[in-house]
Design a protein around this ligand. Sequence first.
Ligand SMILES: Cc1cc2nc3c(=O)[nH]c(=O)nc-3n(C[C@H](O)[C@H](O)[C@H](O)COP(=O)(O)O)c2cc1C
Length: 424
Amino acid sequence: MNDVGREPPAGHILLRHREIPEIDNLEVYRQNGGFEALRKAVTLMGPDEVTEEVKTSGLRGRGGAGFPTGLKWTFIDYDRYPHYVVANADESEPGTYKDREIMEGNPFQFLEGVAICAYAIRAETAYIYLRGEFWQIAESLDRQIEALERSGFLGDNLFGTDYSLRISTHLGAGAYICGEETALLESMEGKLGQPRLRPPFPPSFGLYGKPTVVNNVETLTNVPMIIKHGGDWYRNIGTEKSTGPKIFSLSGNVERPGNYELPLGTTFRELIYEHGGGIPNGRLIKAIMAAGASSSLIVANDEALDTKMDYESVPNVGAQLGSASVIVIDDTVSIPWLINKTIHFFKHESCGKCTPCREGNYWMVHLTERIAQGQASMNDVELLYDVASQIKGKCLCALGEFSIEAVLSGIERFRTDFEQVVAD
Ligand SMILES: Cc1cc2nc3c(=O)[nH]c(=O)nc-3n(C[C@H](O)[C@H](O)[C@H](O)COP(=O)(O)O)c2cc1C
């Protein structure tokens, strides 16, 4: 039943529209094996077997935290119903644009993944929460969902079983914080998009207080392939602990920015120089941000460039893989200028619920502004470091923690950049 030991396919597993034109058309998707995995799950496998297969695959959440997906599904409280699946399509991290390409290019594989997840956790309702700017994608997903209902792949009694499922889209209003899963759930309930105090976590207390799985778009798009080929087949891709393919969104000072689907464990050097074509105008690479604006600044030396991009290796160079949005920074970029940009973003997006994030980012904007404009002293740099350190570990959600990553690592690792711009 499973393709154990088979080599992973040469082409894409997620960005399949790059090889198969019009795979966003249901007929074309079906001709290429579409909805066979859902049929297999619903007619031949029990829900727990599906979850077990996903656990075997080693799939980890692609929304940033890398949490094991199958394990998350087992946390659902099976004593309380209904259950919900919420696909996180908020995608607001600066430099991250992978979910958008999936939903635009290969939407049925994503929808099939949502449906398989719903079956596995015994949910009959699933939602897709999209950032407000993705209204055109929401409209096309609505049309695709209708097409699935007409073809019998969604709705009542799927494949002649007693399992029924409905999927709806929900548009946010364009707030970064609503990508954080509990703020997202609050927003879906019509409340202010602010994070909840945890525990309890969504699998026990989620949407409308009911057991809910929140998974990222890319995470769910892996699932049909895992069910089709088997978890052991999937484990052949990537590294032992970071299995499968990953879409790396490459941007910044690089010749060929774009989404690159590569096995987890590919090195920064391969992504930036082989796929991305290197740094424009022969400039030197200075720093790398691996996880968009939320990332620490990695000093781009040989050790870093030869580091594997997986959940275990990136921490060895003082950062996290996160959403794998790799921003390349060359030697023309001043680090104080760069962190002023990231802090502007976080200050604007802080929801204001907890004081360290709200006030801390306010003060960091003023300090980084003065420093970047050359109107500050080294004492201001120390003060900035102190403010950022005070935020650490004291916030209600990770937004505040993300905001200080570039500040602390920038001051620690690129001190001369600060010495060059300060007044004394
Ligand atoms: C400030 C903030 C923004 C986030 N934005 C997103 C997002 O846009 N998309 C996403 O999938 N996860 C985002 N996350 C992570 C989610 O909270 C959650 O961990 C994720 O959706 C779980 O899915 P996964 O297990 O498939 O990764 C964000 C987290 C934080 C703290």
